[in-house]
Design a protein around this ligand. Structure first.
Ligand code: CA
Ligand code: CA
Length: 544
């Protein structure tokens, strides 16, 4: 019974930890501000509280109310016929769009100045949905994968915050996202309490594939590996989608704490830094971390038409997705892999020099395109010929040579074809020698092909060559020497210079003729070597 109980509690713990949004601070600090509201004569001050305003003071003789309003109350009252005027009671003006510190940290302005806004790039936000009525967001489409609603409207807040970091509109209010014209797709997998499961996530990934999205932002994670999730991630990657995922908030400063799907090699795993570029203490670490981005007290849109500051690798992830969108817009021909390489190669190195388990490649940042040509494959290199015995197999090898001169083994990624499937077959990069003969195999990678010749020899090869160890004779003597080769199956053949290669180490001491006769020419010692099919034997020839 004890064992059973343990099992149940363990599986319960697993279910709870299955998948969580990666924010550590879900507090909705709506940006409420203080205002003076001038009402039309005789209007009850209750009007202000009916829109959620918190009244501090009522000046009855002036029809004036002093109150704290959040943005939605402000918007509603501003347009209300019974409100004559609203003015800020502080120096802060709401109607000035702000940029969060993160935009400055990653140098987004450099891209904005190049008129890059994410236009035409489709980003799936797999999260709690997106506030479809937020006046600082435009949601293009989406779907719900929770069981209680078909709506992808956000009832939690997390997804709207993530979406705003990517694409809060470039208007006169609130904040500006990094890629404000990117097309947002809300894929709702979390319920109002922030709970979700792997099956919902797998469905959402499938939806993103089916609807040909460009980027999937996954500000979420599970601590356990899942075959279903891994397969979905692999499929999305194969279909050319760029996958960005939160590294996790389980950081202890060391060790491997990266969650799934960030831990899969097909995703870009994103950790979080603060405004001073220090690693956020909660940011998960490990070899899988690829990039870091701002993730501490990030301001963005929040559900119910609000704004909030939140922290987590959840907040860092959309910075990377948005930067990827701007790059995709700039380089429409680039593949997802090329965009990922560009992001990583141009990251600002943080922490220990080079890639490290805390910051990965470093801080995602903009860069000058002039210095960042896509590193295209210039050529591929393979062996010009392969030789083997029927019945055996070997691994084929191909190396891609990139424009910057770097090389990479792409044997597994390349597509191989046999030009005579009777002689050799190819499966992935394994070449099988089937039958004696000659043919070619062709490797294709990144649109470039290269052909190698293949020679297959018979399956009953020579194993050894038997020959006398030593031969002694007089100068001027002619001698016949018997050399035999033994095949794998035990049969023998006599070797002559006609059917094998005979060489002398010193023709001044002895020579050989085509019949296999040796002429001893001068005193001394030399060596006769007999070779056939890669097997060799030597005879020491002594002339007296
Ligand atoms: Ca805005
Ligand atoms: Ca580093």
């Amino acid at each position: 019974m004890r064992g059973r109980l343990t099992g149940i509690s363990a599986s319960l713990a697993l279910a709870i930890a299955l998948m969580i949004p990666h924010s550590v601070q879900g507090v909705g600090n709506s940006l409420s501000k203080d205002y003076l509201i001038l009402l039309t004569s005789g209007t009850d001050s209750e009007l202000v509280s009916s829109f959620g305003g918190v009244i501090y003071e009522t000046f009855d003789s002036f029809d004036l109310v002093s109150a704290s309003l959040d943005t939605s109350a402000y918007e509603a009252l501003r347009l209300h016929p019974n409100v004559l005027k609203i003015e800020a009671d502080a120096e802060v003006e709401l109607e000035a769009q702000q940029e969060d510190y993160g935009a400055g940290l990653i140098g987004a302005k450099r891209y904005w100045d190049s008129n890059l806004t994410g236009k035409g790039i489709k980003i799936g936000i797999i999260d709690s949905g997106i506030d479809t009525k937020h006046f600082d967001l435009k949601v293009t489409g989406g779907a719900s994968f929770v069981d209680y609603t078909t709506s992808y409207h956000d009832d939690n807040g997390h997804g709207t915050h993530v979406a705003g970091i990517v694409a809060a509109l470039n208007n006169s209010v609130g904040y500006r996202g990094i890629a404000p014209n990117a097309e947002l797709y809300a894929l709702k997998v979390f319920d109002a309490d922030g709970g979700g499961n792997i099956s919902g996530l797998v469905h959402a990934i499938q939806w993103a594939i089916d609807h040909e999205l460009d980027i999937i932002n996954m500000s979420l994670g599970a601590q356990a590996d899942s075959t279903a999730l891994r397969l979905a991630i692999e499929q999305a990657s194969k279909e050319g989608l760029l996958l960005v995922s939160a590294a996790g908030n389980d950081g202890t400063g060391s060790g491997n704490t990266v969650d799934y799907p960030a831990a899969y090699p097909q995703t870009i795993a994103v950790g979080a830094v603060d405004q001073q570029l220090r690693l956020a203490p909660f940011s998960s670490t490990g070899a899988a971390v690829d990039l870091t981005a701002p993730g501490v007290l990030v301001s963005s849109t929040y559900f119910q038409n609000q704004y909030a500051k939140m922290s987590g690798t959840s907040m860092a992830t959309p910075y990377v997705s948005a930067m990827a969108a701007l790059l995709m817009e700039a380089k429409p021909q680039a593949t997802a892999t090329e965009i990922r390489d560009l992001l990583q190669k141009n990251a600002k190195d943080l922490g220990a020099s080079g890639r490290d388990p805390l910051f990965g490649q470093g801080l995602v940042q903009s860069f000058a395109f002039a210095n960042a040509q896509i590193n295209e494959v210039k050529s591929i290199e393979t062996f010009t010929s392969y030789k083997g015995i029927a019945g055996t197999s070997q691994q084929l090898k191909v190396t891609a040579v990139y424009q910057d001169g770097t090389k990479k083994d792409v044997s597994k990624e390349a597509v191989w074809t046999s030009n005579n499937s009777n002689i050799v077959s190819v499966e992935a990069n394994t070449l099988k020698y089937l039958k004696a003969g000659k043919t070619t195999v062709t490797a294709t990678f990144s649109g470039i092909s290269k052909t190698s010749t293949v020679t297959v020899t018979e399956s009953n090869p020579i194993i050894t060559i038997t020959a006398p160890k030593e031969l002694t004779g007089q100068k001027g003597q002619r001698m016949k020497i018997k050399i035999q080769a033994i095949r794998k199956n035990g049969t023998t053949i006599t070797l002559t210079p006609d059917n094998s290669l005979w060489t002398t180490s010193n023709p001044a001491i002895f020579t050989t003729d085509r019949k296999g006769e040796i002429t001893l020419k001068n005193r001394g010692t030399a060596t006769l070597t007999i070779q056939k099919n890669g097997v060799k034997s030597t005879v020491v020839v002594k002339v007296r």
